[in-house]
Design a protein around this ligand. Structure first.
Ligand SMILES: *Cc1c(COP(=O)(O)O)cnc(C)c1O
Length: 395
């Protein structure tokens, strides 16, 4: 086989398992009502949980940021790309998460993917480290653990007892427990209080990826640590800023010494061009909204939509795992059936993504409904009617 035939064979293999992925092209801002490939759609796919991605104040701040700081940063943070906007955002985020950490400092990253690589390679790149990784962790944490020069062991989903056994059996001087706070494909919460108690007992770091909690959970949208009322010098918090915050990038908040180590050692921080300062400037407006009354109102609206969906769905064949968050999966099972269900919804103008392996386990292909404060009651009512009917008539 020549090289091109091998590429073709891999693509054919994906297609034969209904695993080929396609991108749709949005022609209007991220919102429930979107023009997609030339068609008006009602979307239940984005992680824009508070509807800030197209919020006029955030968009205006982005424009203002561009006039203040230009289009690009020009270099990595350690060379010359670190701007006043980045610094202000980091101070703001550190103060925001300070109630849950000791000597809190924050570090802004281009993406959550890179922040996760940085945390695990920064903390875990000593040969004596062991990373204890939750089974349903996001791909970026899995990749970070692979890239770290540490041992890695995976504990079963939500299984505190199994984690304790592994911690007790480990002689590693540096132990790092890492978990999503809200699981991105299931919407359930990690048992963070029990995990933190274990970490304190066994002298381990607890790294919490709050991609789907920041802005949404807890008072003022502070996220999962606030939701569970946790505080420890051994917490390392990652919040992403492209989801509820509506813009892009991510931050790590932790003890100032941990952050200083990231700046000195974490290659995904050091060897990349700093994000456009205008993004950081726009994020200051997002954080204002998240923290204030409007944020509270939007979170209440989101909770009402979640309760409405929960009360309205009458599914008998398809499984709905328990989720109290904006992520509401409907597990169908086979890849081709999940794809067909998404296609049937699409015909009705409803955009709900089908999620297949390797993003989820084989045999658990699903529709991943995500709700937003920007959805109206009528939007969710339309989805409920369509899903109930689709399942009833499913052959
Ligand atoms: C989206 C996501 C990330 C990656 O964040 P980006 O800013 O999109 O790169 C990391 N962890 C989890 C759990 C996520 O859902």
């Amino acid at each position: 086989m020549n090289l091109m035939d091998k590429v073709r064979a891999q693509l054919d293999e994906l297609a034969s398992h209904s695993l080929t992925r396609h991108r749709r092209t949005a022609e209007s801002p991220c919102a429930p009502r979107q023009v997609v490939d030339g068609r008006d759609m009602l979307a239940f796919c984005s992680n824009d949980y508070l509807g800030l991605a197209a919020h006029p104040r955030v968009v205006e701040a982005l424009r203002e940021g561009a006039s203040l700081y230009g289009a690009g940063s020009g270099a990595s943070h350690l060379v010359s790309g670190h701007s006043r906007a980045h610094a202000l955002l980091e101070e703001r985020l550190a103060a925001f998460e300070a109630p849950h950490l000791e000597s809190a400092r924050a570090l802004y990253f281009c993406t959550g993917y890179m922040a996760n690589l940085a945390v695990l390679t920064g903390l875990g790149s000593t040969l004596d480290a062991m990373i204890f990784s939750e089974a349903l962790n996001h791909a970026s944490l899995i990749d970070g653990a692979r890239l770290a020069r540490a041992g890695v062991t995976v504990y079963p989903h939500g299984d505190v007892a199994a984690l304790e056994e592994k911690l007790a059996a480990s002689a590693a001087p540096t132990k790092i427990v890492v978990t999503d706070s809200v699981f991105s494909m299931d919407g359930d919460l990690a048992p963070l209080p029990a995990l933190l108690a274990l970490c304190e007992r066994y002298g381990a770091w607890l790294v919490v990826d709050d991609a789907h909690g920041f802005g949404v959970l807890g008072d003022n949208g502070r996220g999962a640590l606030e939701h569970f009322d946790l505080r420890s010098p051994h917490l390392v918090y990652i919040g992403t800023l492209g989801k509820a915050a509506g813009v892009g990038g991510a931050f790590i908040a932790a003890h100032e010494d941990v952050i200083e180590l990231m700046i000195q050692r974490a290659r995904p921080y050091i060897y990349t061009t700093a994000a456009a300062p205008a993004l950081a400037h726009a994020l200051l407006a997002s954080v204002d909204i998240i923290e204030g009354d409007e944020g509270e109102k939007r979170r209440a609206g989101l909770r009402a939509r979640i309760a409405q969906l929960d009360a309205g769905l009458r599914l008998e064949r398809w499984q709905r795992p328990v989720s109290t968050t904006a992520i509401q999966p409907i597990i169908i099972g086979a890849n081709d059936e999940a794809m067909a269900a998404a296609a049937r919804l699409h015909e009705q103008g409803l955009w709900v993504p089908a999620i297949r392996p390797p993003t989820v386990a084989v045999g658990t292909a699903r529709l991943r409904v995500t709700l937003s404060a920007a959805h109206t009651e009528q939007d969710v009512a339309q989805l409920i009617t369509a899903l109930n009917q689709l399942e009833r008539t499913w052959a």
